[in-house]
Design a protein around this ligand. Structure first.
Ligand SMILES: *Cc1c(COP(=O)(O)O)cnc(C)c1O
Length: 427
């Protein structure tokens, strides 16, 4: 079996890559390229595998990792809540059918309008600063509402993530320093319109070790111990960040391993304090990354300094390699069972030298019109795409039971013009 095959999800049939049993090459022909293809069953499997390892834990899907309504709808059906980073994400989560009381509005630097939207929607808010606390309290009081809040703690935990993906370091822009936590809960308790019921942290993304979670659990429980005398704590939220093996062979903890790193510590510390708050987790990437492949067509193969494979998707379609130096496995979908014959670098059609999707890969002979599949493209993929260089955004399809449904239309030139206004004097 090839390293990238996952039974029932990604397989090779008749030398073609299939996703959820559907031929990737025929999907590229039917819907055009670039194309994001998501396997519904894989989304559900990921959710169920993760939640089975964490019995009794509430899962809030990190909506920013994949903003497709259908994906969030599927998780809503599985029982997930949502971690929304903006008012727009609150809106999308509610449109997907996630009840307001299962939505946590996280994020830093929220506008007053966003806070107002959160109050009107009835969601919970993870407060990232004292300014935000005061603004929220004032707005909620005026609206005669009471908002359930948590504070986002900066736990000062160093996880071995890419610097742009570490969010729990002392120097990070996120969260409130631990030394200020007790006093801010005391202050919040006295303020109208806000009811501090939770405590929240999120230590980073694409984390591949379990130890930072145990450390974060302990640091959070130290704080819980200090506030539980005067705060009736309903939940502790340890965020997301659970990594996946983009590069096959990477050693990655399983959900059971993550659970072992968190649950016994959490439970023992709760017992010692004499409280029984719920535990919340906010996986994004783990739920969606490997559910999706990005299909793109080869326009040119050029033998220059290297063998460059020029495709129709660049960092306008998938920014992760350019932004985070991230690795995505590349498979020639119409030659998926053929042996490697050469070294190729897969590049996009954007006018920047950083527009490289896969570097120095061993692939079968690559030719014009082949279909390249980049694997594990479901997290921070389409949602980070843009129209840079005048390229309309691509389409998304969902595969299920051997059938495909278009779940996002390919944009057209009209979409490039949308919202642009030509002043009359220039007509
Ligand atoms: C982005 C984010 C997550 C999800 O991170 P993943 O690495 O995708 O699991 C969870 N919680 C918060 C607050 C986030 O900002």
């Amino acid at each position: 079996m090839k390293a990238y095959e996952i039974p029932g999800h990604l397989e090779v049939k008749g030398n073609h890559l299939t996703i959820g049993g559907v031929d990737a090459v025929s999907l590229a022909e039917t819907y055009g390229t670039p194309l994001y293809v998501t396997n519904e069953d894989r989304l559900r499997d990921n959710y169920r595998r993760f939640s089975a390892a964490f019995p009794g834990v509430s899962i809030f899907f990190a909506a920013k990792s994949n903003n497709n309504l259908v994906v969030q709808r599927i998780f809503a059906q599985e029982g997930a809540g949502a971690d929304a980073f903006s008012d727009g994400e609150i809106y999308l989560a509610r449109m997907a059918g996630i009840p307001a009381e299962k939505i946590l509005f996280t994020g830093n630097s929220k506008t007053d309008a966003e806070l107002q939207y959160a109050i009107d929607s009835g969601v919970m808010v993870s407060v990232d600063s004292r300014d935000e606390l005061l603004a929220l309290s004032k707005l909620a009081k005026k609206a005669k509402k009471e908002v359930k809040i948590a504070f986002r703690v900066n736990p000062d935990v160093s996880a071995d993530a890419h610097p742009k993906l570490a969010t729990g370091l002392k120097v990070s822009k996120f969260g409130i320093p631990t030394k200020d936590i007790v006093s801010i809960y005391k202050e919040a308790k006295k303020l109208p319109g806000v009811n501090p019921v939770g405590i929240h942290c999120h230590i980073g993304s694409q984390i591949l070790e379990t130890a930072p979670y145990t450390e974060a659990t302990n640091k959070m429980m130290d704080l819980v111990e200090q506030i539980s005398g005067f705060i009736d704590l309903e939940w502790v939220d340890l965020g997301g960040g659970f990594g996946i093996p983009y590069q096959k062979g990477t050693k990655v903890p399983t959900p059971k391993d993550w659970a072992k790193a968190i649950l016994p510590t959490f439970k023992a510390r709760c017992k010692k304090i004499g409280i029984s708050p719920e535990l919340h987790l906010e996986p994004g990437r783990y739920m969606v990354a490997d559910s999706t492949v990005l299909l793109m067509r080869v326009n040119t193969v050029k033998k220059a300094y290297k063998n460059f494979v020029g495709t129709d998707a660049g960092f306008n379609t998938l920014i992760r390699p350019a932004m985070y130096d991230s690795y995505h496995e590349a498979v020639i979908a119409n030659k998926a069972g053929s042996p490697a014959k050469g070294e190729y670098t897969v590049v996009g059609p954007i006018c920047e030298s950083g527009d490289i999707l896969a570097t120095d890969r061993q692939l079968p002979v690559v030719e014009k019109d082949d279909i390249v599949a980049l694997l594990d493209a479901g997290a921070y993929g389409f949602c980070m795409s843009s129209q840079y260089v005048g390229r309309p955004r691509c389409a998304e399809v969902l595969v299920h039971n051997g059938k495909a449904d278009l779940i996002r239309k390919r944009e057209t030139f009209d979409d490039l013009l949308q919202n642009q206004i030509m002043p009359g004097r220039l007509l």
